[in-house]
Design a protein around this ligand. Structure first.
Ligand code: FAD
Length: 430
């Protein structure tokens, strides 16, 4: 059995990256910086870039290489918003704060595509929209209500009937849905590498193969011990998402990490490229155990869904994924599957990303629930605003709370998956 962690090497993105890996900076001696960043994914890279651009001295440490975590292995669907509808944001945080949050997260995809344009990142960006496709009638009503809420706020959103989804995706498997034209797609590893290049150009030092092992208060600064030396920093930003290790006690136990797996086919012949998800849109369905799919820039069908629980990859899950792809797109049966890989998705109990401030200027942004491209990029900027300007953030800072039943997570996740499966069969929306 192979390991999910190591499947980074077999991903389509590793095989097809056009942005070269950065030349990492050598960690030659212990030193002081304004900001130390832990984690070379979208959260950490976006923070490093934003801080370096404002003239701060920045050092980012990454255990492996840039984009090795979820950032370099995801589905490349750049989706704005949170899993809460705008009305739910207002109900949860109050009219004013909820509206401010909706506005901020609603523009998260703009930030991603602006950064790509500003820094000339070679990541095949395409902004044709994201479809949330309904598998059942109750789900259709629920997501179209969501779509109408965004529409009322002026977002470029349309409701789709069955024909509309079929026209845009080439599958008849859904009853309808909505399309959010703010969204788009990219090659995620290229995007991560491009952010790293931009952060370096702005003056940030990036240290790959360097793991942060301990963070302690040292006078009015933080001392970050790493496998290659020590950083002393006024502020520390941590972006580990589904790859949280023991660095921050209790952080990994505040999340439920589940594997998401993907398969990619060989490049499709022209006739199929014009039929299967032809319009450049990306799609996820309303099932809680959702499948998601798109066509890549080089004309492959990319199909993702639930993977095994834990780090071991289970071939049966890839088999189930390929079967689901064939059910959704019967024409794909003729295509060879050339790439299979997986990664960890960090879920939170409330379905929302969390910001923790563990001491003055020691900040964590985590728990994107499978929506971390736009939100992780935005989070990095938010945390820099908090660290340097004590900005009031659109999401409240929460206390780090390990989940009490975390030791039982494997059976709990299995139970949760069974419950989600039952709800999917009953037609509830995710
Ligand atoms: C298969 C899959 C598909 C997905 N599809 C989508 C999608 O289509 N759209 C979307 O928006 N989101 C998607 N996501 C979620 C998204 O990829 C993540 O939420 C996002 O990449 C998280 O970024 P991050 O920077 O916070 O964490 P990561 O990218 O996971 O980076 C964390 C990094 O921290 C490093 N690290 C950990 N501990 C230490 C330490 N002690 N010292 C130094 N470095 C450390 C790790 O090596 C890792 O590289 C998907 C996720 C997966 C796994």
């Amino acid at each position: 059995m192979t390991s999910s962690a190591e499947s980074y090497r077999t991903s389509l993105w590793s095989a097809s990256a056009r942005e070269p890996g950065i030349a990492p900076d050598a960690f030659t001696s212990s030193r002081s910086v304004d900001l130390a960043v832990v984690g070379g994914g979208f959260t950490g890279l976006s923070a490093a870039l934003a801080a370096a651009e404002r003239g701060a001295s920045v050092a980012l440490v990454e255990t492996r290489t840039i984009g090795w975590g979820a950032s370099g292995r995801n589905g490349g669907q750049v989706i704005p918003g949170l899993k809460l509808d705008p009305s739910e944001m207002r109900a949860t945080y109050g009219e004013e704060a909820g509206s401010r949050l909706a506005e901020a997260v609603g523009s998260a995809a703009d930030l991603v595509f602006d950064l790509i344009a500003t820094h000339g990142i070679d990541c095949s960006p395409r902004r044709a929209g994201w479809i949330q496709a309904a598998h059942a009638t109750t789900a259709l009503h629920r997501v179209q209500r969501r779509g109408r809420e965004w529409q009322a706020l002026g977002a470029p959103v349309e409701m789709l009937d069955r024909d509309g989804v079929r026209r845009l995706t080439g599958t008849d498997a859904y009853l309808g849905g909505w399309i959010d034209r703010r969204a788009g797609t990219l090659q995620p590893l290229d995007y991560a590498r491009g952010l790293a290049r931009a952060a370096k150009a702005a003056g940030a030092a990036i240290h790959e193969q360097t793991r942060a092992t301990r963070i302690v208060r040292d006078g009015d600064a933080w001392r970050v011990d790493t496998t290659n030396g020590t950083l002393t920093a006024k502020a520390v930003i941590i972006g580990q998402d589904g790859y949280a290790d023991g660095l921050i006690p209790g952080l990994a136990r505040s999340l439920i990490c589940v594997q998401s797996a993907q398969v990619a086919t060989e490049p499709m012949p022209k006739a199929l490229r014009e039929r299967l998800v032809p319009s450049g849109v990306c799609t996820s369905e309303t099932r809680r155990l959702a499948f998601y799919f798109r066509q890549t820039a080089d004309g492959r069908l990319l199909f993702g869904g639930r993977g095994a629980v834990g780090d071991a990859e289970n071939p049966a899950f890839f088999g189930a994924l390929v079967n689901a792809m064939h059910r959704t797109f019967p024409d794909a049966r003729s295509l060879a599957v050339t790439h299979r890989w997986s990664g960890q998705v960090a879920m939170t109990l409330d379905g929302l990303p969390h910001i923790h401030e563990l001491g003055p200027g020691l900040l964590v942004g985590i728990g994107y629930n499978g929506r971390g491209i736009a939100m992780g990029t935005l989070m990095g900027r938010w945390l820099v605003g908090k660290a340097f300007d004590d900005a009031t953030l659109p999401l409240p800072i929460t206390t780090l709370k390990p989940i009490v039943w975390h030791k039982l997570r494997t059976p709990a996740v299995h139970l949760g998956i069974t419950w989600a499966w039952i709800r999917d069969r009953m037609g509830f929306a995710g």
